[in-house]
Ligand binder design. Structure first.
Ligand SMILES: [Zn+2]
Length: 149
């Protein structure tokens, strides 16, 4: 961060303070050249990520929706809410880190399936059956047989 006063490029952070909401941070900086101090304020840049659905329509990414789908699939299974939240956080992070402004619902569904497969196979099959909307027994057996490999 460039010095506000003399333009020197290599200022030092002398103190960092996270705000109460933990989504922003204040940094006290000092310029080693002119000795002046100033404060910077960092916040997340919130870029709305749009989810492109199968029919081509778009809607804002909604982590609650992902979470609800997983909770439903994990009903009465030995998967904790903490584990579900970890997966949702991971998926949200992947989406935000990609810097893409659009993600397909297909990709989100596949990420959820990949994680569920590791957590609980019954939950995985349940989620897959809703997500893939099995129309025949063959595609269902196909998913089941892939589990065994
Ligand atoms: Zn300076």
């Amino acid at each position: 961060m460039k010095c506000l006063f003399c333009g020197f490029v290599d200022t030092k952070v002398i103190d960092s303070r996270t705000n109460e909401d933990v989504t922003s941070i204040r940094r006290r900086r000092e310029c080693p050249k002119c000795g002046k101090r100033f404060t910077t304020f960092e916040v997340y840049e919130s870029i709305p990520v749009m989810v492109v659905k199968k029919d081509g329509s778009r809607q804002m990414f909604d982590r609650e929706k992902v979470r609800r789908g997983m909770v439903k699939a994990c009903d009465k299974r030995p998967v904790t809410m903490v584990q579900i939240d970890e997966v949702v956080n991971q998926i949200e992070k992947n989406i935000c880190n990609s810097l893409a402004q659009e993600v397909t619902s297909l990709k989100i569904g596949e990420e959820v399936m990949r994680e569920l497969k590791k957590l609980d196979q019954v939950a995985y099959v349940r989620f897959a059956s809703v997500y893939k909307q099995f129309t025949d027994i063959d595609s269902f057996i196909d998913v089941l047989s892939k589990l065994k490999t």
